[in-house]
Design a protein around this ligand. Structure first.
Ligand code: THU
Length: 130
């Protein structure tokens, strides 16, 4: 799976976004260690805080199917700005994959590669409680 292919999958997943309130569609594609890819889109609600980001939709699909090992995530928004995961998504991704590679893409498929450690330095995880 190339980075470009993962970004394309995120852009495709964006087509299913349910975003009538923000009108900002987002897609995500999460690559697992074994090669499987789980996609997700944002799902909003009239009760705004209930909304789900694309990244957490993809992660929830993957974990609920038994996946725990994640290598790379692509996230694509609907503007020329590169889309970066929100704080809540960074934290939940950190739970499973502190070393995750994150491809932050725009609506044209341009992207920048970073790591979850770049996005969430000194993140809080289970080891912090030992
Ligand atoms: N959103 C995502 O799905 N992922 C991100 O990385 C940034 C924001 C969604 C949440 C909300 O449905 C919309 O984009 C506007 O914030």
């Amino acid at each position: 799976m190339t980075e470009e292919a993962l970004v394309r999958m995120a852009l495709k997943a964006r087509e299913n976004a349910y975003a009538p309130y923000s009108r900002f569609s987002v897609g995500a594609a999460l690559l697992c260690g074994g090669g499987a890819v789980y996609t997700g889109c944002n799902i909003e609600s009239a009760s705004y805080p209930c909304g789900l980001c694309a990244e957490r939709t993809a992660l929830g699909k993957a974990v609920s199917e038994g996946q725990r090992d994640f290598v790379m995530l692509a996230v694509a928004g609907s503007s020329r700005e590169l889309c970066t995961p929100c704080g809540m998504c960074r934290q939940l991704l950190y739970e499973f994959a502190p070393a995750l590679i994150v491809l932050c893409a725009n609506d044209a498929g341009d992207y920048e590669r970073c790591t979850l450690g770049d996005l969430l330095p000194r993140g809080f995880g289970g080891a912090s409680m030992l």
